[in-house]
Design a protein around this ligand. Structure first.
Ligand code: FE2
Length: 307
């Protein structure tokens, strides 16, 4: 069957925002321009040589109903959370956190040895059936993220998904995501199958290149930092003409569910948001594996009640 290359539907210029306790970011999803790219709820790019831009960090805050994905290019983020995890995410590492029914955590960036800081945070929506699931982490050091090296000099880090038969480091995610960090030398071409119907975007963060080549014969030129949202099709084609290029290619299965969002909570209805706020006030927000409750849930049923 002939390939159906995806065209670029929109080019998004990142919006500068200040988030957390005063961190300067570039935001491309969750803005007035692009509110939601189902199942992706937010994309932030932090990139700075000035510690004043990020040292205030993200002190303790909750999440519910989503996954947050932190991928570092430079510098470090110290993190700890309400289910007992604590550690550091460094350059090349990824942390795929499924907040599920409720987590509180703290994310504090600091510069690496070279004083630089850079990376991405992506929010991936969870379907109704998993919004209140047990929180889970996939914390993967740089060495555990496979790198595919092609003959033309391209290097593709496979955070999630599959490239040339190599499976990514992060697996078992509902959205069946691909999350690739693609570095192309000048003159290289890249094509990657993306399942029809899945949402897909590229975020150019170094250099420039042609995106969406094939459908619209020449595609569109993206100069970093820019994001391209692809239309439907079964593959993505990119060419690094005249310049080296580095970009993220991310895709995932849309949920097609109603969303109700309020800051770090993303649920299906307003009532569920109100419950999240009430749970925070009542100190019942955080997901707990409480043996007594588990026993109660096993033994109690509506049938038993009606008798
Ligand atoms: Fe967070």
């Amino acid at each position: 069957m002939a390939a159906h290359p995806r065209a670029i539907e929109r080019v998004i210029e990142p919006t500068p925002v200040i988030e957390g306790a005063g961190v300067r970011l570039r935001r491309s999803i969750a803005t007035a321009t692009l509110d939601y790219l189902d199942p992706f709820l937010l994309l932030d790019n932090f990139q700075s040589d000035d510690p004043d831009d990020y040292l205030a960090g993200f002190p303790w805050h909750p999440h519910r109903g989503i996954e947050t994905v932190t991928y570092m290019l430079a510098g470090e983020v110290d993190h700890r959370d309400s289910i007992g995890n604590a550690g550091m995410i460094g350059a090349g590492d990824v942390q795929w956190m499924t907040a599920g029914g409720g987590i509180m955590h703290e994310e504090m960036p600091r510069p690496g040895g070279d004083g630089r800081m850079g990376g991405f945070q992506l929010w991936v929506n969870l379907p109704a059936e998993l919004k209140m699931t047990r929180p889970r982490y996939q914390d993967l050091g740089a060495a555990r993220i496979p790198e595919v090296r092609r003959a033309d000099g391209s290097v593709i880090r496979v955070v999630a998904g599959e490239v040339d038969g190599v499976t990514g480091a992060v697996t078992e995610i509902y959205a069946e995501p691909a999350y690739l960090d693609v570095a192309l030398p000048a003159g290289a071409s890249f094509s990657q199958p993306v399942p029809p119907g899945h949402s897909a975007f590229a975020y150019a963060f170094e250099g420039e290149g042609q995106f969406g080549v094939g459908s619209d014969p020449d595609g569109a030129r993206l100069v970093a930092p820019r994001m391209a949202v692809f239309g439907d099709g079964d593959e993505v084609r990119v060419e690094a003409r005249g310049h080296a290029l580095r970009f993220l290619l991310v895709s995932g299965k849309p949920l097609g569910e109603p969303i109700a969002r309020y800051g770090p909570f993303v649920m299906n209805t307003r009532e569920e948001l109100q419950l999240a706020l009430r749970d925070l006030q009542n100190d019942t927000f955080v997901w707990r594996d409480d043996a007594e409750w588990a026993q109660a849930r096993r033994t109690w049923s509506p049938d038993a009640w009606s008798r």
